[in-house]
Design a protein around this ligand. Structure first.
Ligand SMILES: [Fe+2]
Ligand SMILES: [Fe+2]
Length: 376
């Protein structure tokens, strides 16, 4: 590992620098496997997004000016500037002798986390590049800065395992999914808040059970998730500028995104049993914990939360997981038989999703004051 590069990645003040370094590193390292994994586009893998940048650029933050300025000031102060560097807390990992299934699942976790972080970086950076609205471009610049650090730090961890995600290649070659700005708000707000909830839940669990901390990266999760928390706050404020975004027909869209984000997390995590076992975490407990925290947080802006205590919720998620396992097995088997089984399992999965969507949501009054602090 080139220490010089590592230090630069962590120090990168702007995403441009981060990207330039990533591209320089591309020339130094190459690992097709990790990049190929990151290139995958399925319903479950992290995607890259693009949107109507002009519409986003036209947002006027005047209705939330006071909270907006406070949030931007916090982000400008950059409390995590020096955080994403390996220091004496970074323990050596014996990748060679890691239990093979754990190694496979943990690497998959790192690659998918790196792709998700970088996906945020690419979207935010593009908004910064295309916009003229100073409030908007400043926010997106700050968020891109954070995500570049996050992705770079995970890539550093991967490099010790002899792998890396080729971020420059990914930027150019990965497929971009178009979402209207309002869908970007719902999806990105949720992914920031669920990201916070995921990182802090693992961090608190390992704080209490350090014997399960099998890799040093988890020690970095506390400050890390505060970045995600602020990003979520920014999207909450953006949505607050226009009450239509969280009322009327849009409430159904919010429900759709809540269901999609929760269900995706459940299914994806259940594909990594050895990883969760090593952490000493029951993935069903973990999912419930993360959904509870995310729901509590999202009450700041969404007028509904999903009823995760409903008798149909958990069994339907389990059915969805089984359908997903069957889809993978049928794909693997191939041939006409495999294709038919794949169609059957996909229909079952779709049925599960519809069933989850039809669980009545919990309604509540959204508070006047939107801003929250990370308290978990
Ligand atoms: Fe991030
Ligand atoms: Fe983020």
């Amino acid at each position: 590992m080139n220490v010089q590069n590592m230090k630069h990645t962590a120090d990168a003040e702007t995403v441009e620098e981060g990207l330039a370094i990533a591209e320089a590193q591309d020339k130094l390292y190459n690992d097709e496997m990790a990049t190929e994994t990151a290139m995958q586009n399925t319903l479950l893998t992290p995607r890259f997004y693009t949107t109507d940048f002009d519409e986003l650029d036209a947002v006027d933050v005047t209705p939330v000016r006071e909270d907006w300025d406070k949030l931007i000031a916090q982000m400008l102060a950059d409390p995590n500037k020096g955080h994403f560097k390996k220091n004496e807390d970074w323990d050596h990992i014996d990748w060679e002798n890691m239990e093979p299934q754990l190694k496979k699942e943990f690497i998959d976790f790192l690659i998918s986390s790196c792709t998700a972080e970088f996906s945020g970086c690419v979207l935010y950076k593009e908004m910064k590049r295309r916009g003229n609205n100073e409030d908007i471009t400043q926010l997106f610049q700050l968020m891109a800065r954070d995500e570049a650090r996050h992705a770079g730090f995970i890539n550093d961890a991967l490099r010790e395992a002899g792998l890396r995600v080729n971020l420059g290649f990914l930027t150019q070659k990965k497929k971009y999914t178009y979402f209207r700005p309002k869908f970007i708000y719902y999806a990105t707000y949720l992914s920031e808040k669920i990201g916070y909830a995921r990182y802090i839940t693992i961090y608190r669990h390992l704080e209490a059970n350090p014997q399960h901390r099998f890799h040093p990266i988890f020690k970095w999760f506390c400050e890390w998730c505060n970045d995600e928390f602020s990003h979520g706050e920014a999207f909450a404020l953006l949505m607050k500028t226009d009450p239509k975004l969280t009322s009327g027909i849009n409430v159904y869209w919010i429900k759709f995104f809540l269901t999609a984000v929760y269900a995706t997390m459940y299914v994806r995590d259940h594909q990594r049993p050895a990883f969760h076992k090593a952490l000493g975490v029951d993935p069903d407990w973990y999912a419930h914990e993360v959904f509870t925290k995310t729901s509590k947080l999202s009450e700041q802006i969404f007028p509904i939360t999903l009823d995760i205590e409903h008798p149909r919720w958990q069994p339907t998620l389990e059915k969805l997981h089984r359908a997903n396992v069957d889809i993978a097995a049928a794909k693997e088997a191939g041939g006409i038989g495999g294709k038919l089984r794949q169609i059957g399992a996909s229909l079952r999965a779709a049925g599960c999703f519809v069933s989850l969507m039809f669980i009545p949501a919990n309604k509540h009054q959204v508070p006047e004051n939107v801003r929250l602090e990370p308290v978990y």
